[in-house]
Write a protein that binds this ligand. Structure first.
Ligand SMILES: N[C@@H](CCC(=O)N[C@@H](CS)C(=O)NCC(=O)O)C(=O)O
Length: 213
């Protein structure tokens, strides 16, 4: 039993947090939760009242939200050198928040068929989908990583959003994005994380009935 517990489902955004955990080199315990009653249990609701994964509990403190988990772990395990250097902070925070806010909303709304009308785009934090996409899609046109020359936790969180967007066709693949995604996926920690999650997928999909029915 370690002082770091990871609550996840292998077919979820928890894959992002798993990649981050593997990059830190930290020892952690994993609790797998099925969609439905397991995530909605009183025990898990006490950890994340949103009843969503991922979540981590480290030294008795809970962190939810993938972007926050990546940011927190980068600082909690400084030896991994995934937190930004002072000169990298502007890009790091800008794109971490852009991915967690505007892009997450724009891509979810797009997938669900919600359109922001031009009349309302001034009120929507992301404006409209096309603007948000055009902004994110060029982020690594002039650099190998989000913060410049160095891989940071922003490449795990923002990079995962980009990779999923390209995979699901929400983001058109450009040569720069293709190379960027390949750089991330080539990392040993990414591969370890994917192997662990892929090995656990059976019975954990959104369509799987609860274990006790
Ligand atoms: N904003 C959250 C989103 C978490 C989220 O939506 N997780 C989904 C899986 S990808 C979930 O747990 N869904 C279960 C449910 O809502 O019942 C984050 O970034 O961590």
């Amino acid at each position: 039993m370690t002082d770091l517990t990871f609550y996840t489902n292998p077919m979820s955004r928890g894959r992002i947090a798993r990649w981050m955990l593997e990059e830190t080199g930290a020892d952690y315990d994993t609790v797998l939760l099925r969609y439905g009653p397991e995530m909605q249990s009183d025990d898990y609701k006490a950890i994340n009242p949103m009843m969503k994964v991922p979540a981590i509990v480290h030294k008795g403190k809970t962190v939810t939200e993938c972007g926050a988990i990546c940011t927190y772990l980068a600082e909690a395990f400084p030896d991994a050198q995934l937190a930004p250097l002072p000169e990298e902070r502007a890009d790091y925070y800008r794109w971490m928040f852009f991915a967690a806010g505007p892009w997450e909303q724009a891509s979810t709304n797009k997938a669900m068929g919600f359109e922001v009308t031009s009349e309302h785009s001034g009120m929507a934090g992301y404006g409209d989908f096309d603007r948000t996409l055009a902004t994110l899609a060029t982020v690594v046109d002039d650099r190998p990583y989000i913060c410049g020359e160095r891989f940071t936790a922003a490449d795990i969180y923002v990079g995962s959003q980009i990779a999923w967007g390209v995979q699901f066709g929400t983001i058109p693949e450009t040569p720069a994005l293709k190379d960027y995604i390949a750089r991330g996926m080539a990392r040993p920690a990414f591969q370890r994380a994917a192997e662990k999650d892929n090995a656990e997928m059976d019975g954990y999909g959104p369509e799987t009935p609860p274990a006790n029915t």
